[in-house]
Design a protein around this ligand. Sequence first.
Ligand code: NI
Length: 396
Amino acid sequence: MSTLKKELLSEITSLNTTVIELRHHLHEHPELSNQEEKTTALLQDILKETPLKITTYETHYGLIAELIVDESRPFVALRADIDALPINEQTLVNYSSETKGIMHACGHDAHTAILLGVALAFSKLQQPLNANLRFIFQPAEEVLDAGAQEMIADGVLENVKAIFALHAYPYLPTGQIGYKYGVMLASADMFEIRIKGKSSHGARPHEGVDAILVTSMVVNALNHIVSRQIDPLHPAVISLGTIEGGKAANVLCDHVVLKGTVRTVNHDVRGKIPEMMRITMEGICKSMHASFEFDYTYGTPEVCNDKKMVDLIVNEAREVLGEENCIDLQDPVMGGEDFGFYLEKVPGAFIRLGTCSDNEESCYSQHNSRFNVDDHALQYGMKVLALSAIKALEDV
Ligand code: NI
């Protein structure tokens, strides 16, 4: 192991307690997406004591911190998300959320603390780096339609040759990471359908167009698209989450609104599904004398890892954790993550950081009101990200 890596690992070890305390502080003070004012201010306060160059934004929260050795050299970027969720915390820890109804239930407090720890460790290095480093503290990941895109629009990927991020993962024990080649997480799109019929007396259905009956057929048919029109080797999900319509038991409903989400791991499938849905609804509505409106919103793209970057991060992780603790996850999951926007533009890798200890309190699933991260996992996250950054800096 190079002296640079050794120096970095020793800085991380000495920062460990500080980083755990920072994580607890962030956990106590969670902020929702697009409201991360105090979190951003805290990061700024800590980072302004370092030689890192800080940039904040007028139109959104979050910030970047840069370690610049030579403006003309490329950058390697590391990214953390900083927002929390509208969940009422029910963990048993003494640093639980002080804000009722808001909670770090996805581990973004851990991501933020880990990245801060890595930034602090790099800022203390005595030896010069080969290129520049950019630490991206991104707001609004949970809403999937703001944070990453705003940061990218503000230029955080300029001159970036490689990007890495990790996510807390309670399905692996502390001390392990999970990786995957290619698509790791699905694209996540949203849609709204408005079925329009014609009201009449419930006793005289032939004088109206029953939007509820039409909707029932639409719901049924949409659920057959994946099973009968999509190649079974390409996972896809079309889920309807809300349905609203009707006012009275004896009145034929003239208007139903449906909302749902579409998940895919394949670009072509993603492109075809809206049209398949439209054709399905057209056929049903026409035969029933109803009409419909359909709004389809493309959300986050798939999180697609670059093979070379996965090899890089896994090689570094093996040095820190041992080969047996780097787990090939094999299958993608259908959840979404806006890190996909970065990976559309720059090669990089997204990995899972095991955060489940012997204490079952650290093993609840994400977005559960009991979710919490094992403190011991933070140092492993810092070490893997830091060594990967060093290696990527050597390669640029
Ligand atoms: Ni998350």
